[in-house]
Write a protein that binds this ligand. Sequence first.
Ligand SMILES: Nc1nc2c(ncn2[C@@H]2O[C@H](COP(=O)(O)OP(=O)(O)O)[C@@H](O)[C@H]2O)c(=O)[nH]1
Ligand SMILES: [Mg+2]
Length: 323
Amino acid sequence: MRQWPPVASEDSTINSLVERASEGDRRSVARLLTLVERGGVSAEIIAEATHPLAGKSHVIGITGAPGAGKSTLTASLARDLAESDHTPAVLAVDPSSPLTGGAILGDRVRMEEATEAGAFIRSMATRGHAGGLALAVPGMVRVFDAFGFNPVIIETVGVGQVEVDVASAADTVVVVVTSGWGDAVQANKAGLLEIADLFVVNKADRPGANDARRDLELMIDLSQVTGQAVRRPEIVMTTATEGKGLNELKEAVSEHHQFLIQEDQMSLRRSKRWKAEVRSRLEYLLSEFSKESIDNLEENQESSPSSVANDLAKNLLKKDELG
Ligand SMILES: Nc1nc2c(ncn2[C@@H]2O[C@H](COP(=O)(O)OP(=O)(O)O)[C@@H](O)[C@H]2O)c(=O)[nH]1
Ligand SMILES: [Mg+2]
């Protein structure tokens, strides 16, 4: 059982990391990120330490199908921002990210150029993370936010509920599709249409890009009729490999940011994100509790499963210390 509040011995290392990170030491930021990614007590101490410092950064989620060009766009965007006096951070949650291997040379070079320009790029493999992703990503974003990185860009592949959730918790959600009707339909199926604040039709150098745009317009029209969306998502055409459309993308992202601020939507986004994280943590604690309770059950099958579960739940509600 873990101790809450966490034991003091871990505190001092983390305190000094936090101190050095506040002074701009990137290696300390990297170490904090590693600790948060690992989870456990250290991650919780870091969450406590960084929470009061965070809340200033614009968080941008970039999502879409594998191969759509998210990493290429993200790297170019990060480089561009870094070269124009921003301090962007990238969290690439992508098994095929250039930083986690499997990338062709051009992609790796692009990431390196962005780093050289001053962007902080961090990659996490999704393997072995599953539910942990929902815990680790918000914590890592908070580390970036707390130490002055702005904007913080999260790249996630738009398949799988956790990945989509992680991206949708951003202030500005960018959904990347490529040419072809299929892509828009897939994006729709994956629930990406609902979460998009703006769309990128990438690979505009390929045939069918304009059709993809038209398909998207149609789908947006339909979704506007049923009408939840507060603001019609803009569509930007890009050729990420050539840097075409990058300025338009930057502008659209910044306009959406302005919209959030002017329309008082920012606090709504933040509170949605905050609640999502509370929920992930609560679900995690509950699942740990149920695993442990079930392991400790005696193999006595006389009581009905639901009565045992009810008793355990009642027991949990009476607990005043968390494991
Ligand atoms: N023709 C073309 N290829 C692109 C474009 N953007 C990215 N690519 C290529 O598409 C592949 C997948 O890109 P990547 O950024 O890794 O996609 P991700 O999986 O969405 O992150 C790479 O080989 C890129 O070089 C583009 O605008 N046009
Ligand atoms: Mg990628």
